[in-house]
Ligand binder design. Structure first.
Ligand code: COA
Ligand code: AMP
Length: 632
């Protein structure tokens, strides 16, 4: 069937479409219907079903005779470690850890925070939670203690499962002191912690609270998979919003299983048994959906890669992993390819590897710039598919349906809406605009299975953040247009979210931290274009009256403060002290205008600007740090 027929079949009868896709899942009690609209605009999917995520990702493959097949290939160029875990081994490992957690009182609905590097045990921990109906919340290792503490307080976990350390090029990041500080800072105290000790840095355990990973599980009775209701949360994943308080995106169990399973063939074009690799991190949604759950649910082998695109040891690492493990479909962020292209523009490193096994490269997480796409296409000789989605949706909204019918690639567009998503571009008044017209990108409700039904403990925030601006729609926070042929083009964010090396960050959160500096009276953080990371955060701070410290000192302190509070992942290295910030007459800081100056873009002077002369001061501050860059 052609993509257009499938999309139309969904449009004509969404209920039938999603009941059909549900047949691929092993239910303990099959759903009798798909959509629950009894609480619109809050929707649910498969609410009367009973099902277990871990059973579908692991146990059923063992049951079906695939126990000896590789579930996880671990490849860690940063440590030199490599291993394979079969589905049978994964079942045994998840059952044992789940049993040990259950023995310590972790049960259905209890939260477990996971703070782990890219090791197979991170997946084991996630799956062990879903096995017993516990709700995991994975926190990315590049976040600092303060961010971890915020998540501990919001999720109120019974337990934390953490690695002793992460390994970054040139340094070992001790996770355990970050965890200890986070627990000390948080109001909520988890009952216990399980620590996976890595040989690169063993952590000191707190007597009575911390348990070593292996000792914790010794003698534990393996736990069976516990069927849960279709809308039971499989996990909560925090993502950046406009404030320092991250949003806890809730993932419902049944819809997650159905939707992810559907995408593996339709979008990523792999058959069960083939190797699928998403080079991301379990701390992000890509890691949840496409390192852990989707490939395993679909019966694929997933690659857990602990390394960087360059420097571990060189720009040929991706090619080696693809060739060595027979990867059929590969997914990463454009920034990774920008890094490889910068280091090895002629792709010399590729000569040593045969990547003819690969069918396609998938890019998402940030804007894929045409140069990078063209370069990747040329050197890899496979189609490069940009696709667009968000933590909130958990799976592609707009993609090239390569496994149904590859559509012609239009470089710069993530292609077309997937079944389940009625994507519209709206005017400020909330009416759909004509093709080619720029507007806010919104999705007509209901969102499809697997997408967020709410925010953790924050239904009102969910409604306000996503459902209020355009009644009847979900507001994505992105702006763009749809062309005459239905291809979507993403142009910008409409809020304070920036995208740094594929990592979604909140400038508002950074402003809150800068404002907490005792010498800072007011501040603004903007995203500026960066050749490698797509965007970088840049801060402007005004000092309180009477502060006579050197500007450079305050700037350095501000940079350190953001690193300490949010973490190195914020990549906050650009900060200038200025006398005043440009504002409208009503006092709104003109962040967009400042970003245009930093990027060397033309802009229209806002009619409401209070004092245009302030812009000259901003220009001067920027030129002091080399902005705008020559490349624009
Ligand atoms: N634990 C601890 N620290 C981490 C970390 C982790 N899991 N991940 C990143 N960091 C640290 C890095 O060490 C770095 O610290 P530094 O300031 O001391 O150098 C900082 O956070 C920024 O890291 P990163 O974004 O990785 O930038 P980089 O300059 O080290 O590398 C790239 C640049 C392009 C190679 C890198 O960003 C990359 O591989 N990006 C791919 C992005 C990706 O997979 N995104 C996921 C969404 S799909
Ligand atoms: P995250 O929730 O971290 O996955 O970030 C989602 C946001 O990243 C989206 O709302 C977009 O702003 C941006 N994004 C993701 N994929 C793309 C893409 N293919 N093109 C442009 N922007 C993207």
């Amino acid at each position: 069937m052609a993509y257009s027929e499938i999309y139309r079949a969904w449009q004509d009868d969404p209920e039938a479409f999603w009941m059909e896709q549900a047949k691929a899942i092993d239910w303990d009690r099959a759903p009798t219907f798909a959509l629950d609209d009894s609480r619109a605009p809050f929707y649910g999917w498969y609410p009367d079903a009973m099902v277990n995520t871990c059973f579908n990702a692991v146990d059923r493959h063992v049951r079906d005779g695939q126990g000896d097949r590789a579930a996880i290939i671990y490849d860690s160029p940063i440590t030199g470690a490599k291993s394979r875990t079969t589905f049978a081994e994964l079942k045994e490992q998840t059952a044992r850890l789940a049993g040990a957690l259950a023995a310590k009182g972790v049960g259905k609905g209890d939260r477990v925070i996971i703070y782990m590097p890219m090791v197979p045990e991170a997946l084991v921990a996630m799956l062990a939670c879903t096995r017993i109906g516990a709700v995991h919340s994975v926190v990315f290792g590049g976040f600092a203690a303060h961010e971890l503490a915020t998540r501990i307080d919001d999720a109120a976990p019974k337990a934390v499962i953490a690695g002793s350390c992460g390994i970054e090029p040139g340094r070992v990041v001790a996770y355990k002191p970050l965890l200890d500080n986070a627990i000390a800072a948080a109001k909520h105290k988890p009952a216990f912690c399980v620590i996976f000790q890595r040989e690169q840095l063993r952590a000191e355990l707190v007597e009575g609270r911390d348990h070593e990973w292996h000792a914790f599980q010794e003698g534990a009775e393996p736990a069976d998979c516990l069927p849960v209701e279709g809308m039971h949360p499989a996990y909560v994943l925090y993502t950046s919003g406009t404030t320092g308080q991250p949003k806890g995106v809730v993932r419902p169990t049944a819809g997650h299983l159905v939707a992810l399973n559907w995408t593996m063939k339709a979008v990523y074009n792999v058959a069960p048994g083939e190797v699928f690799w998403a080079a991301s991190d379990v701390g992000w949604v890509v890691g949840h959906s496409y390192i852990c759950y989707a490939p395993l649910i679909h019966g694929n082998t997933t690659v857990v890669f602990e390394g960087k695109p360059v420097g571990t040891p060189d720009a040929g690492t991706f090619w080696r992993v693809i060739a060595e493990h027979d990867v059929k479909s590969f997914f990463t962020a454009p920034t990774a390819f920008r890094a490889i292209k910068r280091e090895d523009p002629k792709a010399e490193c590729l000569k040593a590897h045969d990547i003819s096994c690969l069918r396609a490269l998938y890019l998402a997480g940030e804007r894929a710039d045409p140069d990078t796409i063209e370069w990747a296409q040329r050197v890899m000789n496979v189609p490069v598919y940009d696709h667009w989605w968000q933590t909130e949706t958990g799976w592609p909204i707009v993609a090239n349906p390569a496994g149904i019918e590859p559509l012609p690639v239009r470089i710069g567009s993530p292609t077309v809406a997937m079944p389940g998503y009625d994507v519209q571009v709206l005017s400020p008044e909330g009416t759909p605009v004509a093709p080619g017209t720029l507007g806010a990108i919104a999705i007509r409700l209901p969102l499809p299975p697997g997408t967020l039904p709410t925010l953790w403990n924050a239904e009102e925030r969910f409604r306000k953040a996503y459902l209020t601006t355009f009644p009847g729609y979900y507001e994505t926070g992105d702006a763009g247009y749809i062309d005459e042929d239905g291809y979507l083009w993403i142009m910008a964010r409409t809020d304070d979210v920036i995208n740094v090396a594929g990592h979604r960050l909140s400038t508002g959160a950074m402003e809150e931290i800068l404002a907490s500096h005792p010498d800072v009276a007011e501040c603004a953080v903007i995203g500026v274009a960066d050749q490698l990371k797509g965007q970088l955060p840049m801060g402007f701070v005004c000092l309180s009256k009477g502060v006579n410290k050197p500007k450079e000192t305050v700037e350095a302190e501000c940079i350190q403060l953001v690193r300490d509070q949010i973490g190195p992942v914020a990549a906050f290295r650009l900060c200038r002290v200025v006398d005043r910030l440009p504002k409208t007459r009503s006092g709104k800081i003109l962040r967009r205008t400042m970003a245009s100056i930093a990027d060397g873009q033309e802009f229209k002077l806002p009619a409401t600007i209070d004092d245009p002369a302030i812009l000259d001061e901003i220009r001067e501050a920027l030129s002091g740090i080399g902005y705008p860059k020559a490349e624009g």
